[in-house]
Design a protein around this ligand. Sequence first.
Ligand code: SF4
Length: 419
Amino acid sequence: MKIKVSKRALKKISSAEKISINKITNLLKSGRAVIPYNPVHAPDLCAIGDGLKVKVNVNVGTSIDYVNINEEVEKVKVAIKYGTDTIMDLSTGGDLDTIRKKILKLSRKPVGSVPVYQAGIKKAHKSGAVIDMTEDDIFASIEAHAKDGIDFMTVHCGVTKQTVELLKRSNRAGGIVSRGGAFLAAWIVYHKKENPLYSNFDYLLELANKYDFTLSLGDGLRPGCIQDASDKVQIQELLTLGALVERARKQSVQTIIEGPGHLPLNQIEANVRIEKTLCKGAPFYVLGPLVTDIAPGYDHIVAAIGGAIAAYFGADFICYVTPSEHLSLPTVEDVKEGLIAAKIAAHAADIAKGTAGAIMSDEKMAFYRKKLDWKGMFSQALDPEKAKKYRYGRKARVPKVCSMCGDLCAIKIASEYID
Ligand code: SF4
């Protein structure tokens, strides 16, 4: 692959990731890492891929039932404040063009989108049905998003006539749970035609090259419950995406592969290895994965467990899940909770993998804890405000320690008699 970023950018990435310029260059050339960067938006540089720090994404966006642009703006601000690496605008309600432009203006982080939503919704407003969107509508939406500066786009190219047939013949418990996947599968069945994103993949590559956006090849047929994990529909879609990655690389288009979904713990490692094999090392962007289906209200924890394991075995990019997943559109607080959970997962995997520089904050935290240096501890915390709230919510009689053990503080006793 030809590398499109400048030498200066490579230098910046090399210093941020604490790896050599040669290594990052090789990763980008081989397609094992990507830098989502549309020059119109020109976001902060963020490299995603093999051996780099695990990155996290926050989804924001309105729904048909709940449109409050100010709240979505707050979500973007909170996501940036608490350290997201990227933001995706998944808006489906209100003036989608205005919302997207606002998010792009506000975010210095790379911004992703799912243009097929807009193509389908626009048509649904006119004629009442998403499946009335035409091939031109889909590509016009992609081009509009690219012109606005979208850095990476989810395109469900693996939802094909073949995979939809397989789905119809399968005994899936959860069916399709991806919105974009459902739009395209319904379109294929209704029009008895191939998915335009698949049949016109070369045109999609042309657009990606013209506007410099990264393709995030979506898993429109991902398992939506534990029972469906790793079934033949999911794997067939992944096989298709693997073939498309090779075509994209020949045209020097950066690609990421989106992954499940719902997976039991014991299938996560195999799923990562299969993706890395079938898609020739392309960065793996996991949506969770959720390791059980029975914890609505706590799905950020469910996803963080899966995300940590997936990232440990080689997933490169974790999409956050909020506590409101499967229940409602997230609030600003849900966004924060979901992001912190995903960051814990990513960081835990980085420590275990020995990713360069990952353990530094933990080392500092241990140092400050041993000194009962609270200011120091807060400086290393992922969420200093929450830590302070607990610390000062219940005061200890001896101010140096906390109210958990009071004067029996093990650290204080040890420092007085042993250190
Ligand atoms: S009081 Fe107990 S919990 Fe608090 S810092 Fe000391 S040892 Fe830790």
